[in-house]
Design a protein around this ligand. Structure first.
Ligand SMILES: NC(=O)c1ccc[n+]([C@@H]2O[C@H](COP(=O)([O-])OP(=O)(O)OC[C@H]3O[C@@H](n4cnc5c(N)ncnc54)[C@H](O)[C@@H]3O)[C@@H](O)[C@H]2O)c1
Length: 385
C-alpha cells in the first residue's frame, strides 16, 4: 500500500525545478519507499512562472503567495527554494503550520536564522531536510567510511575546494545573491556552506579557524526584469556587490587535524571544481565532483611512493545502486537531489531523520559566521556549535 503525500514548492528558479524533478523521480528509483509524492501546488512571485511550472511539471495549482501553501490542507511537505532572505520566514511558518520542510542551504542569512528554523521544526515535530547535496554522492559516503574505519590511518590534514565561474562574467546580473539584505553572505553561503558541511561530514567538528575574504568584481549591472539562476545584464546600470567573492580559511578540527577551505565564485576557467583531499598517517583519499563516482585512494604501509588508485564506486556504495547497475556508469548532479528527496520522504514515512538536517545547517552557519568574524578581525576564532 503506497500513501500519497501532497508536496509544494516555494520559489521556482533553478532549485525549485530541481526539487520538483527529484520528487517526480523518487518512485522510479526508490519503489519500496511506501510514499508517493504528489505535486500539489507551487508558489512563485514572478508572474507566469508558477503557471509554467503547472503546465510543464504537473502541479495541480499555482499561487503568487506562499502563505496560501501554509494554509493548504492538501500539502504535507514543502520545498523552500526561494532566495536566502525568505528562508527563515517561510521555514518557520511552514513548520508552525505542521508541514515537513526540505529547505535549501544556507538556511537564511545568519546562524540565528538557521537556528530559528531548526527550533520551529523541533517544536512542531516535523521533519526538516537541508540541501547539502554533495554529501549524498556515493563516493563521498565511501570516503567517509574509509576515514572513519581508519583506512588512511589518523587524519592529519584536509584541503577542501569549491571553485566556480558562475559569477566570473563582469556582466553577470546584480541579483539577490550579491545583496546583504537578500543574499546575506556571498560565496560563504553559496559554496563555503557546502564545504563546511563536507568538512564536518568527513572529519567531525571544526574547533577554530581563521579566514580571509575578498571582493574581486565590485560592481555589477542591475537586471531590468525577473531573474533566475545566473544571467547576464549587459549594459544595465551598475550597482555595488555587497558580499564576498572569495574566501580562504585555515581550519583546526576537534580531532587535532588541520585543514584548508577555499571557495571562489569568480574563478575564470573553473567550472564546479568542488572536491577534497584528505590525508592520513597511512594514506589519502581524493574526490572531485566533476568525476563524482571516482575516488583516488592511497592505502597501505609504504608511506613513501605509495601508489594511488582510481576506484569507481558501484552498487553497494551509498545509493548508487538505485541509479546504475554497475560501477563506472555516471551519476549527475540532479541524481544527488533525488537521493536527498528520497531521504526527506523516508524521514517523513518513518518519523526519524535520514540525511542532512537543520542541525547540520546550524553547524554550517556557525562555521560561516566564524569565518566572517575572523575575516573582519584578522584573528583565529573559536567555533561554538
Ligand atoms: N544545494 C545546491 O547545490 C544549491 C544550488 C543553487 C542554489 N541553492 C540554494 O537554493 C535557493 C534558491 O537558489 P536558486 O539558484 O534556485 O535561485 P533562483 O534565483 O534561480 O530562484 C529563486 C526563485 O524564487 C523566486 N522568489 C523570490 N521571492 C519569492 C517569493 N516571495 N515567493 C515565491 N517565490 C519567490 C524567484 O522569483 C526565483 O524564481 C538559495 O537559497 C540557494 O542558496 C542551492
Amino acid at each position: 500500500m503506497v500513501d500519497a503525500l501532497g508536496v509544494a514548492v516555494v520559489g521556482f528558479g533553478w532549485m525549485g525545478r530541481v526539487h520538483t524533478q527529484a520528487y517526480a523521480r523518487v518512485p522510479h528509483h526508490f519503489p519500496r519507499l511506501g510514499l508517493r509524492p504528489e505535486l500539489v501546488t507551487v508558489a512563485e512571485e514572478v508572474p507566469g512562472r508558477a503557471e509554467e511550472a503547472v503546465e510543464r511539471y504537473g502541479f495541480v495549482t499555482a499561487t503568487r503567495d506562499w502563505r496560501e501553501i501554509a494554509a493548504d490542507p492538501r500539502v504535507r511537505a514543502v520545498s523552500i527554494t526561494a532566495p536566502n532572505f525568505l528562508h527563515r520566514e517561510i521555514g518557520v511558518a511552514m513548520a508552525e503550520a505542521g508541514k515537513h520542510i526540505w529547505i535549501e542551504k544556507p538556511v537564511g542569512l545568519t546562524v540565528g536564522d538557521a537556528r530559528a528554523v531548526a527550533d520551529a521544526v523541533a517544536r512542531a515535530g516535523v521533519q526538516g531536510a537541508v540541501g547539502f547535496n554533495y554529501r549524498n554522492a556515493p563516493a563521498v559516503e565511501v570516503a567517509r567510511e574509509l576515514i572513519a574505519s581508519g583506512g588512511i590511518g589518523t587524519v592529519t590534514h584536509v584541503r577542501i575546494r569549491l571553485f566556480s565561474d558562475y559569477a566570473a562574467h563582469p556582466d553577470g546580473a546584480l541579483t539577490w545573491r550579491y545583496e546583504r539584505e537578500r543574499g546575506g553572505s556571498g560565496v560563504l553561503g553559496d559554496l563555503a556552506s557546502h564545504g563546511a558541511d563536507l568538512a564536518r561530514f568527513l572529519l567531525g567538528d571544526i574547533s577554530s579557524l581563521t579566514a580571509d575574504t575578498a571582493v574581486f568584481v565590485p560592481e555589477r549591472a542591475r537586471p531590468t526584469g525577473a531573474t533566475a539562476g545566473h544571467i547576464l545584464a549587459t549594459g544595465g546600470e551598475l550597482g555595488p556587490v555587497e558580499n564576498e567573492d572569495y574566501v580562504s580559511c585555515l581550519l583546526r578540527f576537534a580531532s587535532g587535524a588541520r585543514g584548508v577551505l577555499e571557495a571562489c565564485r569568480v574563478s575564470v576557467g573553473e567550472q564546479n571544481n568542488y572536491g577534497f583531499e584528505v590525508h592520513g598517517t597511512k594514506g589519502a583519499v581524493f574526490w572531485d565532483f566533476r568525476r563524482m563516482n571516482e575516488l583516488g585512494v592511497s592505502r597501505g604501509t609504504t608511506y613513501q611512493d605509495q601508489p594511488v588508485s582510481t576506484v569507481y564506486v558501484g552498487p553497494g556504495a551509498g545509493e548508487y545502486g538505485a541509479f546504475q547497475p554497475g560501477a563506472a556508469n555516471s551519476m549527475g548532479y540532479d541524481d544527488l537531489k533525488v537521493v536527498e528527496a528520497h531521504r526527506f520522504l523516508r524521514s517523513i514515512a518513518e518519523g526519524t531523520p535520514y540525511g542532512a538536517t537543520l542541525a547540520d545547517a546550524v553547524h554550517s552557519a556557525t562555521v560561516l559566521e566564524a569565518m566572517s568574524r575572523s575575516a573582519e578581525s584578522g584573528s583565529w576564532v573559536d567555533v561554538h556549535p
